[in-house]
Ligand binder design. Structure first.
Ligand code: IPE
Ligand code: IPE
Ligand code: MG
Length: 253
């Protein structure tokens, strides 16, 4: 499978005088999928795929920042991924730890803000400390922000937000609920909705990723496995996004 319908959309755009969406997208979200299959193809353990995937994230985050994207949100570990074998989970946690240790050392120099989205309370304590540390460093400056979703589930995020809102309502701290107000209770509070959600790895589903925030995102699916994903794949996804007609339920007059 390749980027869906790109030819049809590009033709229509040419007729309309060029791409309808100017500049880079503000927010790109990616489901980091295909690490296990990448490793299997090479006769390597799945954990080698996760290590390769972590390197890809580093490259793609830098690229997104360089081309002027403001937010990159990646799905690294879901609330459902605890179903995996113990060794695989530990290896992923070790990799996340390693990544965050390095991030603490380099993010100020590289001007990359890093936020972890998800329920950190059940993560290993060292990882929790690193998450607080990166959040504290990120508060010190503005600029590109990478959001890493760890122990994140879209439904879990919505339920937690509902519980928090209900408490605030009961305590008299919150009144009528609007979509905007509800958004302020989510992990993604203050972050604009993703313009694009990219899923590498060939599966065509969201797997519980940003189900509130992606209500009007442009979805792009590709067979490329995440460790093989390059800046060219980001360019392709952006070109596809720019050829789309975002109507938000309206019509073109
Ligand atoms: C994505 O790669 C990483 C995580 C979900 C943690 P997978 O591990 O799902 O790789 P595949 O889908 O089995 O190839
Ligand atoms: C989605 O990938 C979760 C992450 C990438 C973190 P999965 O590999 O877990 O999703 P399914 O099982 O294919 O839906
Ligand atoms: Mg997978």
């Amino acid at each position: 499978m390749s980027f869906l319908k790109s030819n049809i959309f590009s033709k229509r755009d040419k007729k309309n005088g060029g791409p309808s969406i100017e500049g880079p997208p503000r927010h790109i979200a990616i489901i980091l999928d295909g690490n296990g299959r990448w490793a299997k193809k090479r006769g390597l353990p799945r954990t080698a795929g996760h290590a390769a995937g972590a390197e890809t994230f580093r490259r793609i985050a830098t690229y997104c920042k360089d081309i002027g994207v403001e937010y990159l949100t990646v799905y690294a570990f879901s609330t459902e991924n605890w179903k995996r074998p113990e060794e695989e989970i530990s290896a992923i946690m070790r990799l996340l730890n390693k990544y965050l240790v390095e991030a603490c050392e380099t993010m100020e120099k590289d001007k990359i803000r890093l936020k972890v989205l998800g329920d950190a309370s059940i993560l290993p304590s060292e990882l929790r400390e690193l998450i607080s540390k990166t959040a504290a460093i990120s508060k010190k400056y503005d600029g590109f922000q990478a959001n890493v979703c760890i122990n994140y589930g879209g439904r879990d995020e919505i339920v937690r937000a509902a519980i928090k809102y209900a408490k605030d309502f009961a305590d008299g701290r919150a009144k009528d609920l609007t979509e905007e107000k509800f958004g302020s209770y989510l992990y993604s509070a203050g972050i604009p909705d993703p313009d694009i959600v990219i899923r590498p790895g060939g599966e065509i589903r969201l797997s519980n990723f940003l189900i509130w925030e992606a209500a009007y995102s442009e979805l792009i699916f590709t067979d490329v496995l995440w460790p093989d994903f390059t800046s060219k794949d980001i360019d392709k996804a952006i070109a596809e996004y720019k050829s789309r007609d975002r109507r938000y339920g309206g019509i073109k007059v």
